[in-house]
Design a protein around this ligand. Structure first.
Ligand code: HEM
Ligand code: HEM
Length: 319
């Protein structure tokens, strides 16, 4: 018989609300990327008001810029409610702390957004704003993971025979993806649509793409091979691999359309939609890899066989 939510110490309502905030944040990332791709960052040079008004007419690029602020305000308010909800329902101290961190992160992100407008979009601030957006998204996704039934009910899996522990393989892939997101953000904000992207940053980003493909590819394939039938792990692993392939194609398409965009009279499609899709899919690759990594930590043992132990076994010393 299935164990009740209360016996498990979980709140279905809290879990659903965390999923809602994560989805709203993903939508906000798309709204933000539309500001950048439409070159609408300075549609209004003031903040917190827009052109001196609380709600300006949403015309021209103000639609993207002010629209992004409205979506951000909604997500900010949802995050306040989420933090209160977490503090009210959660007993696990570390989950409560993560709830408070989400609130701090969203406030910092809002301030960075305002700052980038006030300072007229300096590379460092715009890049920090793009990067913190991804980190905040992953915080909301993690809260959704930690409050889920599948997380709370998960049971340890058998220790693997292979030598390289999956939790470290997945963590390494995650760090590589995060570095790639930072390079991507630096690349994206280093030249507007009417200028060519700097070659050294493109090369660094292509190098990063190779590293991500290698790390996430081997982590994903290892999970699929070692834990066949364990959908708790194979689900996010398969999804991460599919998203990685999509992201590589979108990256190539973003590069080609950005190569042509300086000849256009203004930012146009397909450049806008492809670059926005590349940012959004980057967030999904990162989020799925976070889910996978957290789950490996949840169900796989900390100490698996090391390479040395394997050599020891093979040489017959322990038989
Ligand atoms: C929860 C809060 C927020 C989140 C998660 C968020 C997220 C984002 C994202 C993902 C981008 C796209 C970055 C890229 O395409 O590389 C962006 C761009 C931008 N955001 Fe936000 N944002 C938030 C709040 C704000 C606020 C309050 C402002 C206030 C003005 C703001 C102003 C901007 C501007 C001006 C850009 C374009 C930057 C550029 O083109 O260089 N954001 N935001
Ligand atoms: C694992 C693979 C990849 C990931 C995770 C990734 C991620 C990203 C992200 C997140 C951004 C924007 C960052 C931001 O502003 O927030 C970006 C920008 C960009 N990426 Fe990638 N990328 C990958 C592969 C590629 C590949 C293979 C190319 C092909 C050359 C590429 C070309 C670009 C270009 C041209 C931009 C700037 C777009 C613009 O100017 O608007 N990416 N990447």
């Amino acid at each position: 018989m299935a164990i009740g939510d209360r016996q498990l110490g979980m709140s279905k309502g809290l879990n659903r609300f965390a999923i809602l905030v994560a989805c709203a944040t993903f939508f906000l990332i798309i709204a933000g990327a539309l500001v950048t791709s439409n070159d609408a960052g300075l549609a209004t040079p003031d903040w917190p008001l827009s052109n001196g008004q609380f709600f300006p007419k949403m015309v021209g690029n103000l639609f993207w810029e002010h629209g992004h602020r409205m979506v951000a305000t909604t997500v900010g308010m949802l995050t306040i409610v989420l933090t209160i909800y977490v503090l009210a329902k959660e007993k696990r101290q570390w989950v409560r702390r993560l709830g408070i961190f989400a609130l701090v992160a969203v406030v910092a992100q809002g301030l960075l957004g305002g700052l980038t407008v006030k300072l007229m979009l300096p590379l460092a601030v715009s890049t920090a704003h793009a990067t913190l957006a991804q980190l905040f998204f992953c915080t909301t996704v993690s809260l959704a993971v930690f409050t889920s039934r599948s997380w709370i009910e998960a049971r340890p899996l058998h220790e693997e025979k292979e030598s390289l522990p999956l939790r470290y393989l997945c963590s390494a892939a995650l760090v590589t993806i995060f570095l790639q997101l930072i390079i991507g953000a630096t690349l994206r904000h280093s030249a507007p649509w009417d200028k060519h992207l700097p070659t050294e940053l493109i090369l660094a980003h292509i190098g990063g793409a190779l590293a991500v493909t290698l790390m996430l590819g081997s982590a994903g394939v290892a999970v699929l091979r070692r834990h066949k039938g364990e959908s708790f792990l194979t689900g996010p692993a398969a999804l991460a691999l599919v998203l990685l392939v999509v992201q590589l194609f979108l990256g190539l398409a973003a590069y080609l359309t950005r190569l042509a965009s300086p000849k256009d009279p203004q930012p146009l499609n397909p450049m806008i939609s492809i670059t926005v899709a590349h940012v959004a899919c980057g967030a999904l690759v990162f989020a799925t890899s976070i889910v996978l990594t957290l789950r490996t930590f949840r169900v796989l043992p900390a100490h698996e066989k090391t390479v040395l132990q394997d050599l020891h076994d093979y040489s017959g010393l322990t038989r």
